[in-house]
Design a protein around this ligand. Structure first.
Ligand code: 6PG
Length: 500
């Protein structure tokens, strides 16, 4: 433990420290997310202990923002821990993976029984489960908390998804409520469930984010390259869309990006960006986990693959050089499609595909919750995603209502409100995919989402044939529609059906 003589806040680099009081909360990691979160806590009147592995960063934060509130900077983890009120609460905002493990190990050593370590990074939920177990063995509490909203959200109010023990939530809850975004006065934070529940939910949030961004991208691409609409006008269209059902942060920033002119060339900014999308892993984790859970998150999966394909620049170049045949392509004019009605069809296709992405994301959350006995309440998630986070959107109110009306909804798409919405969208959705196909323009999430939708509502699926094939080559057995039991046909023998 820290030497009590080694009082916090006595560093010469602590212009606005509060030497005689302890901090209610601490933040480790002074990159933008960490420093913004610390500033957010301070702006709510809390004294905040701050620490970074390289002290220069801590000093820089103090220099730049120290006058905003009460900070206690430390240059050693022991001083940092000593500057915290008990039970000590420290939020780690460092890179997910080994860096997080290293900080946890230091904190566990320096802290005492009952102290709380919060990992606010984008950690893999299975790491969170492991860490909670390890930290609990040392008598400390560990909370994996998903935090969404980017840099701005961290500063002004993010959406926070904490997991971990209920006991920790009781201590931490008020602090997190203070800094979270508020919608209609309701803070965008709730205890998601035990151990890795918070990071699991944040992972799926990011998966939905990938799908949401991709469907917006597909809409943009169609309007630009099928309808020939210039970025300036597209910015207006997205702004208009943002005033309706699609009202969301991602649509809003899409308009901003499309309106932007490149400062260097004066060209539309969108045209100077290399069309290869990066990814740090949370979308991929969502899909991997969905595969293990057996949940078809096809929209999220296509969005992850679309980013991968976009980044396969050499292969894409080879395909262009190799002149892959496109077949006979149409244009909107040759198809006799009216531009304005196409724009509206694309809006509806976007909305419908987005609904599928959310429905699939909630399916994965429900499946994960069941698998890990987390008792996650999906309506609460929709509520805390209404503000602060990247996928914040007006229609999350409707999702909250949907789960309030029926917590056991088999699919979000079956909620009466969304069913009615889909009735008004589905014809446009089909038309857009047909047109995109005729024009040779890729719409992976629009198309796979419609296929998912049609599969979900189909009375019969080709899976019956697959079962027949599996039984044929591997005696994998099948069930019958007209009687109980498991059966196998002796395909290589007399083709009699046998009970299994
Ligand atoms: C958020 C974001 C945030 C981050 C993503 C970006 O909710 O605030 O999701 O967590 O921006 O991790 O992920 P990619 O780099 O994989 O697009």
């Amino acid at each position: 433990m820290t030497n009590p003589e080694n009082r916090p806040g006595t560093s010469p680099n602590a212009p606005n420290s509060a030497p005689n009081s302890l901090a209610q909360i601490g933040v480790v990691g002074m990159a933008v997310m960490g420093s913004n979160l610390a500033r957010n806590f301070a702006s709510k009147g809390h004294t905040v202990a701050i620490f970074n592995r390289s002290p220069e960063k801590t000093r820089a934060v103090m220099e730049q923002f120290g006058s905003e509130g009460a900070f206690i900077p430390s240059e050693s983890i022991e001083d940092f821990v000593a500057s915290l009120e008990r039970p000590r609460k420290a939020v780690i905002m460092v890179q997910a993976g080994p860096a997080t493990d290293a900080v946890i190990a230091q904190l566990v050593d320096a802290m005492d029984e009952g102290d709380i370590i919060i990992d606010g990074g984008n950690s893999l939920f299975t790491d969170t489960i492991r860490r909670e177990h390890e930290v609990a063995q040392r008598g400390r509490h560990f909370v994996g908390a998903g935090i969404s909203g980017g840099e701005e959200g961290a500063l002004r109010g993010p959406s926070i998804m904490p997991g971990g023990p209920q006991e920790s939530w009781e201590t931490l809850g008020p602090l997190l409520e203070d800094i979270a975004a508020k919608v209609d006065g309701v803070p965008c934070v709730t205890h998601i469930g035990p151990d890795g529940a918070g990071h699991f939910v944040k992972m799926v949030h990011n998966g939905i984010e990938y799908a949401d961004m991709q469907v917006i991208g597909e809409a943009y691409h169609l309007l630009r390259y099928a309808a020939g609409i210039a970025p300036d006008e597209l910015a207006e269209i997205f702004t208009e869309w943002n005033a309706g059902d699609l009202d969301s942060y991602l649509i809003e920033i899409t308009a901003e990006v499309l309106r932007q002119k490149d400062r260097k060339t004066g060209k539309p900014f969108i045209d100077v960006i290399v069309d290869a999308a990066g990814q740090k892993g949370t979308g991929r984790w969502t899909v991997k986990e969905a595969l293990d859970l057996g949940v078809p998150v096809t929209g999220i999966g296509e969005a992850v693959f679309a980013r991968a394909l976009s980044s396969a620049l050499a292969q894409r170049q080879a395909a262009q050089d190799g002149d892959l045949p496109a077949g006979e392509l149409s244009t909107l004019e040759s198809l006799g499609v009216d531009r304005d009605s196409f724009v509206e069809d694309v809006r509806r296709a976007l909305y419908a595909s987005k609904l599928v992405a959310y429905a699939q994301g909630f399916d994965e959350i429900n499946a994960g919750s069941q698998e890990h006995s987390w008792s996650i309440r999906p309506g609460d998630l929709a509520r805390i995603w209404r503000g602060g986070c990247i996928i914040r959107a007006k229609f999350l109110n409707r999702i909250t209502e949907a789960y309030e009306n029926d917590p056991d909804l088999p699919s979000l798409l079956l909620d009466p409100y969304f069913k009615l919405e889909l009735a008004g969208l589905v014809d446009s959705w089909r038309r857009v995919i047909v047109i995109a196909t005729q024009l040779g323009l890729p719409v992976p999430v629009f198309a796979s989402s419609l296929s998912y939708y049609d599969s979900l509502r189909s009375k019969r699926l080709p899976a019956a044939l697959i079962q027949g094939q599996r039984d044929f080559f591997g005696a994998h057995t099948y069930k019958r529609v007209d009687m109980e039991g498991t059966f196998h046909t002796s395909w290589s023998g007399d083709r009699e059906e046998l009970d299994y």
